[in-house]
Design a protein around this ligand. Sequence first.
Ligand code: CP3
Length: 343
Amino acid sequence: MTKPLLRALAGETLPVPPVWMMRQAGRYLPEYRATRERAGDFLSLCYNPELATEVTLQPIRRFGFDAAILFADILLVPQALGADLWFVTGEGPRLSTVTGAADFARLKPAAEVHETLAPIYRTVRNLAGALPPEVALIGFAGAPWTVATYMIAGRGTPDQGPAHRLIAEDRATFEALIDVLTAATIEYLSAQVGAGAEVVKIFDSWAGSLRGEDFARYAVAPARTITAALKARHPGLPVIAFPRQAEQGYVGFHAATGADCVAVDDSVDAEWVARNVQPDGCVQGNLASRHMVSGGPALDAEVRRIRDALSGGPHVFNLGHGITPDADPDNVARMIATLRENG
Ligand code: CP3
């Protein structure tokens, strides 16, 4: 096992941490914008295996990352369960809503997601045959809670208010939705691994709005169920969990879920992560995305600070969240060069 990403996920402390970036294929790259134009729109790009393969490879060719992440979206799973999904330019995703038992009853069973998602598996298969030998292939899905927040509200929300209201008013329907998403996510990720994904990542972007018992029930428990099912079907599969903005919830998340790596956002200090999270296993993160816009010596200093703070254990270098469309590609190259200096 020589790929640096797989070594770090297996618990090895490497002299230079492997690096990739959330949303590394995206609008900050002119070649991405050109390919999306050819596809017509974002969803057509996701479901076009040739073009989705091409945009996944673009940042690998340009920057030499240690990992490629499948180009797709977390909201394809609700669509595969029968929800309507569309993207409003400049605003974000829109979905048909699930606000009660009647809406829930119209969703398909988890085992039926493969029909819609088959093109995604073809993209994974293409990628598995196209990547340079040292580059690892990451598959992904949204965590049930984060995906549920979009399905319940029909869009992104600043505080996930509609989902919290459904928990308060109709917990049975909410929990049925979490359960079908958990089952669908296992199906989807398992099929990605079958097609050639070597690692999977579970994005719980809105985990930070779950507190106390709700965090345990709706962030920790589904991640544990998904991780256990995937590892039973695919022994040795490394899993990265990203309970974004979990703060104290990051502590013990490896042990509570069985994840091999916990990705952390930039609201926590790398030094704090080294003391409180990294003793339990590999960590991923956590450069603030704004440095990809501003660059300069402050970028170099932050890269070195995070690298050094986490150099005592297994670490995958990444941003704390996705790169933004206003980022300068030269700053990405600069981040990687600084990370690998003297390496
Ligand atoms: O990281 C990668 O390069 C792989 C591809 C990927 C995308 N979305 C492509 C995308 C991944 C891993 C995601 C995950 C995703 N999608 C998350 C979890 C991570 C996070 O950012 O918190 C979430 C919440 C979504 C849902 C989603 N997709 C939203 C809210 C939006 C609109 C906001 C935005 O950035 O425009 C998207 C669209 C989206 N997904 C784009 C890309 C490249 C931009 C679409 C475009 O090209 O216009």
